[in-house]
Design a protein around this ligand. Sequence first.
Ligand SMILES: [Ca+2]
Ligand SMILES: [Ca+2]
Length: 413
Amino acid sequence: MGECGASIRITDNLISKKTIFCDGIGEIKMHRKVATFLCALVLVVLSAGIAFGGSQTDPEILDCADDIPYKFLDIDRAWFIEEDMDTLTVTLQLMDGPKDRLDFLSDVRSDNVTTYDFEVYFSFKDANYSVAARVQAAFHTTLLGDVFLLSAELREIAYIENGSIENETEIGSVNWDWDSENTAFTFTVDKVSIGAPEPKDVLTNTWAAVWDADKCPEDDARYLECAVDTANTYLDPGREYEFTGGFEYLYDVEIYATETEATAEPGQTVVYNFSVSASTTNPNGTEIWAVPIASINWSISSSLTKRNITGSANLTETLTVQVPENAKNGTTCKVTLRVLMTIPEGENETRLSSNTLTFSTTVIVPPTTPVQNKTLAQKLIDILTEPYILIILCAIIVVIIAAAVLAKKQEKR
Ligand SMILES: [Ca+2]
Ligand SMILES: [Ca+2]
């Protein structure tokens, strides 16, 4: 294993059977042509220093020049970056290398079948992976010269206790490229194939190695001492990588509520409180707003209408549920609530959704006292037996009697 500052050990016999320069015309089989790397590189450079992930100048895995005669087998550094929501780009930079693929392959030339694996390792959610570029000098013919095969694989890794590898199993292919300017392999991994990491999820146990796969085939135990070069190890890993979703700044929004269930009578209004924790590192801030959706056609609303936040914000907001007058006993209205946040980056507007809360409101119609059907006479008696009515009636009768008595006296005169 090459180590910075260590003496030459394995590297001598590793290289001794190789010649460096190709005298024949090679044939290359590759997964895809050189395409987007320069573009990717520009993105890497532009985002250096502001991205949360690694970069060429701030890599997760940093090695140095080891005592390896051939610099194309000597790892310099490796880093992780996302250019979009769906893929992860892994870059493995070597101390030096040829300027194009054909030259690269001529360096690996051999009379015998010889295979090198250039590999970056990482773990996510209890699963261990690697991306591996396999460079294979398949055979030599006088007519064609050396025939080389290049491929790249996504592998699942089983480790043994001391951090060496029990075996590596191919679980898929990855897009890859050779960046001659930076003498680096780039791998583009579909996130779904490594457990679909979301923003804020973390890749751990990052390290890299170059293997002579003839001596240490990937389907057998690979002891670290057998590696041509290593940069960090499983047990002494490089920095972790936190996913950002491919955005320049960090965005986060979560909602909480302590009371999410209530009962109410027809016509009543229920007001729920919920808390919003929202943050962004975008200096221009971002917009958030609540999106409540009712399971049945009731009137609902939230106090959290569209507003701008910068930095971190902790808000207490309300969700209002209006129970209809004609709501039936036992009816339950469920309101699912989430808060959306815009991600003001890129050409298309992207929205980040918070977690979802569900608020349940159940109708309880109170028992009513039976209404008696009184007759008109009974109602009249009820009215007439009211105390103040009786007093008035008595007063009227007194007045009438007095008037009658007075009238009688006048008649006698
Ligand atoms: Ca190195
Ligand atoms: Ca090393």
